[in-house]
Ligand binder design. Sequence first.
Ligand SMILES: [Zn+2]
Length: 167
Amino acid sequence: MSKLCAHRRPDHHVDGETCRYASELKPGDQINVLNGVLVRVLQADPIEDAEDWIAVLLDGSVDGPTPLARDSILPVRPADGLRPDEMPAPDRDVEVRATVEVTEEVVYEATLTLTVPASVTVDDAALLAHLDAHWSDYNDVIEGGAGTVTDQNLSDARIVQRKDATS
Ligand SMILES: [Zn+2]
């Protein structure tokens, strides 16, 4: 990118635009005068007896050439394109360390051996009600990485086999 540029972000330039000294202006160049409004340079001539200034005639100007200090920095879309040193820096890959949050819902079915009060084994509904109310008590029974799912919701329970814990 041009060393001249005082714009803080690359996207402060429209495509094909760069910052140049007024002394570099040539006929056909377009100056970005206001928020992307481009005005074409018709003539750019030295001013006699004022070597730090040039006279720039802009397309549409009704009162003749405008004097500009030669070292004024202007956003310009050059008629003959950008020089290699004015090309925007290519976007490159960088490494970034970021914290991401992933939300997932996992539904799985498992057959577990649980120790429960005998009274809740009268039917599936009673077992479900009991497990739902005490699910955190059974965390260590669940194996295989299910612990990484933080938002567990018990939706079903079925009795496969009943066996007294004491027997
Ligand atoms: Zn700039």
